[in-house]
Ligand binder design. Structure first.
Ligand SMILES: Cc1ncc(COP(=O)(O)O)c(C=O)c1O
Length: 456
């Protein structure tokens, strides 16, 4: 098996950082101009996590192509970290939105599009009752509030390494037996021991032990962890998760915001999951802010029973712009015309090609790395086998090597997600797009190994 010299990684990284600066003078200028105006010196504080010395500023994007303010173009395999997973500005969405903007944008009243969306989600997930928000964070927050309201229990349970947005009770880590705020969590409001239980993903025995304490309202999870690197469920994980949650009368909330890569009804439809509640945001409006959460008839009946028919008051779940006319038109259009089985067939084919090319380079060079795929989502990691928990990912992540691979691709016109080594294929991603990534991946590996041979 091949190992790579640390010195070579840092030499190449230094070279790529200089190359990036030379290729992006206008972005550099705009980054400097932004700095005094914004918290952390960037327009959204988490932008500091991009691996480039400063971020690229975008001029425009269409399909899978992004053009920056320096005129560089990129094949976009990041796709807004799933927000633009079906391609930038799909033609059908642009057409519908152009028409819709003339009819008023938000009224605090419902439109017919909402009914079509609920019916479409029911077809895909089996869940009959729905509600709208603008972000997946809000949808998760409201789903967990409802779970607490109808069960009368105070805590929620999440898996270590989860991310469900900026939902306070989920920003938790398991450190041994102690629950701490996640690294970098800004201003946690209360001790997480009061609100949250955390166990390792794929650890059903630990889950059972925590749920047996009787104070957990719901388990909130993605079907596979995608935000700790890709951590896939063991073969029997979902059947056991469902059985244990039912046994302890704990609601199961499945967050499909990223795992919609598995198909038009997410992992839930593709694998026959039976959640009590289902959450999805990010790509469903094609870039227009929108999210939904849905539930079984039983949950809906228990929720309805909390409302006083004489004097109905609903506080704590809502949002003035939630379900606004524009976002509903966007979601309806996306569901009916873009998030379709036909488009997924193409996305899966292209993702398989991406995965196969990466695997070939790993095998040809006998690297101790692996590649995983979840439908249209592909990720490689620097261990021989996929990892089973977030701690395993953390202990084996080579941040410097990741940074180099990302920047190497970015400098040559391919953009991948700054978090982990994650890539998405959209209906407009072509064979040539993924072949270009795979060529660059092989080229970068070649550069890393050539030097290793020379230096050994
Ligand atoms: C699984 C999952 N759920 C929820 C969210 C939150 O989405 P948003 O930031 O749009 O609220 C994210 C964001 O990355 C996510 O990955």
């Amino acid at each position: 098996m091949q190992s790579i010299s640390r010195q070579r990684i840092s030499d190449l990284l230094a070279r790529e950082k200089s190359a990036f600066a030379a290729l992006h003078p206008r972005s550099h200028e705009l980054a400097a101009k932004s700095a005094p105006h914004f918290l952390a010196g960037v327009q959204m504080p988490w932008l500091v996590e991009w691996e480039s010395p400063f971020t690229v500023f975008v001029d425009k994007a269409k399909g899978t192509q992004i053009t920056d303010v320096d005129g560089n173009t990129y094949i976009d395999l990041c796709l807004g970290d799933t927000g633009a997973m079906f391609g930038h500005s799909p033609d059908v969405l642009v057409k519908e939105i152009r028409e819709a903007v003339d009819h008023g944008l938000t009224y605090m009243l419902p439109t017919e599009d909402g009914i079509a969306i609920a019916a479409e989600f029911e077809k895909r997930t089996g869940l009959p009752r729905w509600s709208f928000t603008l972000t997946a964070t809000d949808a998760n927050r409201f789903a967990t509030r409802i779970a607490r309201a109808i069960t009368g229990r105070k805590k929620i349970l999440v898996f270590d390494g989860c991310y469900h947005g900026t939902h306070d009770e989920t920003l938790a880590r398991l450190d041994g037996n102690v629950i701490n705020p996640r690294e970098g969590s800004v201003g946690p409001p209360v001790d997480l021991e009061l609100t949250t239980r955390v166990v390792e993903f794929n650890d059903i025995a630990a889950l059972e032990k925590e749920l047996a304490k009787g104070d957990v309202a719901c388990v909130l999870t993605e079907p596979a962890l995608t935000n700790a690197g890709m951590v896939l469920p063991d073969d029997d994980f979902h059947s056991k998760l469902r059985a244990v949650t039912r046994e302890h009368e704990v609601l199961l909330i499945i967050d499909e915001t990223h795992t919609i890569s598995s198909g038009p009804g997410g992992y839930t439809q593709a694998h026959g999951l039976e959640p009590d509640m289902f959450v999805i945001g990010k790509p469903i409006g094609g870039g227009i802010p929108a999210a939904v959460y849905g539930c079984t008839e039983e949950i809906a009946t228990r929720f309805d029973a909390l409302l006083d028919p004489e004097h109905p008051v609903v506080v704590g779940i809502g949002g003035t712009l939630a379900g606004n006319a524009l976002s509903l038109r966007a979601v309806r259009t996306m569901l009916e015309q873009v998030i379709t089985h036909e488009n997924y067939e193409h996305m899966f084919e292209i993702a398989q090609r991406l995965e196969a090319g990466i695997r070939k380079t790993i095998e040809d060079n006998e690297l101790p790395w692996h590649v995983s795929r979840m439908g249209a989502r592909v990720e490689y990691g620097h261990t021989t086998q996929p990892r089973r928990t977030a701690h395993e990912v953390e202990e084996t992540t080579d941040s410097e090597l990741e940074q180099l691979l990302h920047l190497y691709c970015l400098n040559r016109g391919v953009m991948i997600t700054p978090f982990h080594n994650m890539m998405l294929t959209s209906p407009s991603t072509s064979e040539a797009d993924v072949d270009r990534h795979n060529e660059l991946f092989a080229e970068c590996v070649g550069e890393l190994l050539t030097a290793t041979e020379e230096s050994s």
